[in-house]
Design a protein around this ligand. Sequence first.
Ligand SMILES: Cc1cc2nc3c(=O)[nH]c(=O)nc-3n(C[C@H](O)[C@H](O)[C@H](O)COP(=O)(O)OP(=O)(O)OC[C@H]3O[C@@H](n4cnc5c(N)ncnc54)[C@H](O)[C@@H]3O)c2cc1C
Length: 380
Amino acid sequence: MRFGLDEDQAAIFEMAAGFAAEHIAPHALEWDEQKTFPVATLRAAAALGMAGISVREDVGGSGLSRVDAALIFEALSQGCPTVAAFLSIHNLSSWIIDTFADEAQRTRFLPALTRMDRIASYCLTEAGSGSDAAAMRTRAVRDGDHYIIDGEKQFISGAGASDLYLCFARTGGDGAKGVSAIVVEKDTPGLSFGANERKMGWNAQPTRAVRFDGVRVPVDNRIGAEGDGFRFAMAGLDGGRLNIAACALGGAQSALDRTIAYMGDRRAFGRRLSDLQALQFRVADMATDLEVARAFLRHAAAALDAKAPEATKLCAMAKRHVTDAAFRVANDALQLHGGYGYLAEYGIEKIVRDLRVHQILEGTNEIMRVIIARALLGGR
Ligand SMILES: Cc1cc2nc3c(=O)[nH]c(=O)nc-3n(C[C@H](O)[C@H](O)[C@H](O)COP(=O)(O)OP(=O)(O)OC[C@H]3O[C@@H](n4cnc5c(N)ncnc54)[C@H](O)[C@@H]3O)c2cc1C
């Protein structure tokens, strides 16, 4: 896990792993069962610089690289992938504001976001447009120095609890070029939320629809120029996908570590499970798959840091490969626990439930293949 890291990177990993072990892991099962969104814990993570990881330091960010971010999310997820993944979504919104907003907007929004005094949600998906996000129908119509927003976003992580909604809405014609990015603040009249969705996993963070009913927002809340919003949304997802993959990796590593410990204790046919070669081989494959995933994830993160031309393709490959491998490993870990893996108290079934959605959101793994194939084949 630590091979290839320099001293600073190893310290970053240790810091996040220590935080996860002390402040997240002991509560993860209870938060899942009670559907608790642990805001105080998220703020404690923010105090250590984990709410504005790749945000510049003048507004309270940590100014760290994408490789550093991947290390942080892998380490945090060993405590709970759901809590870490929410932090990754908050970081995604903050990064977009830091990268594309003007100076006045950066100083207005980011200090509170990096402290996590205010929490941000990323609002792209709609009921009729998920993978085909550019088909969105939420509209922002200009009215003097305001926009009036009408529409509805679906599946928004943190909705209802968040203070800022980075909303992608149509200000122009059809397609990606008609979309703008607009920050909507929580108490704006006309903004409302659906019920917390009942989900397979990710129970320690709320998921709700966000409704805009004549929501009046100053034009000053638009990030960048009209029509640039979709580009910002996609740029943010390169890093977001690495982080979602890192969260899956950390969750799977935790499932594997628990499995190895369990196999040393559990006996069948007069032997420990860890003495059975068929199971030894299975664990060997699981560990190998995670090491390959880890190496490739860090490679893709380095490509994004280097602004390599193929970075988007590599981020999509990493998201697809790592989240598939991590889910497989978590599911195998459950199998190796036998019936106990199916019981909530062992914590393995929660990891399986949590990791399943990493194959779906921030672009499904089919859409990752679309991106990869487009990069390889282009218009051919
Ligand atoms: C728990 C949770 C949290 C989420 N959080 C957020 C959030 O915070 N913000 C946000 O904006 N969104 C969020 N999402 C939404 C998520 O990003 C979408 O669900 C996802 O992008 C897929 O969209 P969809 O559900 O509409 O599926 P669809 O787009 O309807 O896809 C259905 C199936 O068809 C496949 N498919 C579609 N098009 C193609 C194609 N061209 N080629 C091959 N296969 C294709 C898909 O891969 C999928 O298997 C969240 C979702 C969940 C479940």
